[in-house]
Design a protein around this ligand. Structure first.
Ligand code: NAD
Ligand code: UDP
Ligand code: UDP
Length: 310
């Protein structure tokens, strides 16, 4: 198949490109390199089935493809808050363009949505039926509401134009391929631990997250894309094992054999208190369960950052 991956030079997008190439497909990456890196796709450039396009999805794109994975969007709070108007445009105008492309070509299109659509949740663990608690005017609104509106567009194209859609809600994902300056918790803590710098714990570290290794996530995403017609989702994809952020710091310090100290920083505005996916739907519909334990995934990620820092 001819497959478009928007955000193909990003962290998850580049893993997805690698997987799709290994499966024998033709892969077109469209990325504006805002948070992605040409380094992430360098190894694919020699492959005649791979093509990289510098393109911002807020502009229309006319290509002929069979499937579209819409992954373009900065995902780290520090990056998506740097130019919040552009973040909303990427999610909303970007979704309109990619849905227009899917409508014209008849391609199936999968949206990378997020656990952030649940905001700071009152329901725990989060099921797909939960509508969420998002602050529309807060600092995270550009990302959360942009992604929520993108889901609305996907379901309206489905109802109005019978576009073949799939929506996954991705929970915190980590692994090799993250940028040194990504700013999210796993990469920050590993880089700080390896450099012997203080570990920046926001708030008291009692807030929780559930972390999925990228190979598990990509497997779930590909299964969803190729699931039965009419199964639109949204479906949660994530690892349901939940940790407090201070526990994550301790595990990373231990694995890095680092003597870095914890330093407390202010908790960012609207930082969700807790987050854990209910993955019953993905298990039932996709036969998918993540299999990589946190310490194993962290070891791979630490080795990657050691190579980056060497
Ligand atoms: P990332 O920042 O590494 O990748 C995003 C990619 O999109 C980058 O290569 C960036 O340059 C590109 N991009 C941004 N705006 C663009 C635009 N307007 N046009 C074209 N390209 C653009 O982030 P990631 O962690 O790989 O996330 C990928 C997708 O998965 C995002 O849509 C994100 O919202 C979603 N997601 C990720 C996580 C996670 O934990 N990693 C969780 C939930 C959802
Ligand atoms: N679009 C695109 N590539 C295509 C087809 C459409 O980028 O191959 C864009 C187009 O510019 C339009 C958007 O997708 O702004 C939505 O397309 P749609 O056909 O749904 O709406 P309309 O063209 O009627 O506004
Ligand atoms: N966090 C932290 N120190 C950091 C980066 C993040 O304590 O250097 C915390 C952050 O406040 C949040 C959690 O780790 O509670 C996850 O943050 P991240 O930015 O990775 O993702 P998100 O908040 O979008 O889940």
């Amino acid at each position: 198949m001819r497959i478009l991956v928007t955000g193909g030079a990003g962290f998850i997008g580049s893993h997805l490109c690698r997987r799709l190439l290994a499966d024998g497909h033709e892969v077109l990456s469209a990325d504006n390199y805002f948070t992605g890196s040409r380094k992430n796709i360098h190894e694919f450039l020699a492959n005649p089935r791979f093509e990289a396009l510098r393109h911002d999805i807020t502009s229309p794109l006319y290509v002929e493809v069979d499937q579209i994975y819409n992954f373009a969007c900065p995902a780290s709070p520090i990056h998506y808050q740097q130019d919040p108007v552009q973040t909303t445009k990427t999610s909303v105008q970007g979704a309109i363009n990619m849905l227009g492309l899917a409508k014209r070509t008849g391609a199936r299109i999968l949206q990378a949505s997020t656990s952030e659509v649940y905001g700071d949740p009152e329901v725990h663990p989060q099921t797909e039926a939960y509508w969420g608690r998002v602050n529309p005017i807060g600092l995270r609104g550009c990302y959360d509401e942009g992604k929520r509106c993108a889901e609305t567009l996907f379901f309206d194209y489905y109802r109005q134009h019978a576009t073949d859609i799939k929506v996954v809600r991705i929970f915190n994902t980590y692994g090799p391929g993250m940028q040194l300056n990504d700013g999210r918790v796993v990469s920050n803590f590993i880089v700080q631990a390896l450099r012997g710098e203080d570990i920046t714990l926001y708030g008291d570290g009692s807030q929780t997250r559930s972390f999925c290794y990228v190979s598990d996530l990509v497997e779930g995403v590909v299964r969803m894309m190729n699931s039965a017609p009419g199964f639109t989702g949204p479906v949660n994809l994530g690892n349901p094992v939940e940790y407090s952020i201070v526990e994550i710091a301790e595990i990373i310090l231990d694995l890095c054999r680092s003597s870095s100290k914890l330093t407390l920083k202010a908790l960012p505005e609207d930082d969700p208190r807790q987050r854990q996916p209910d993955i019953g739907l993905a298990q039932q519909q996709l036969g998918w369960t993540p299999s990589v334990a946190l310490v194993d995934g962290l070891r791979e990620t630490i080795d990657y950052f050691k190579r980056m820092l060497a």
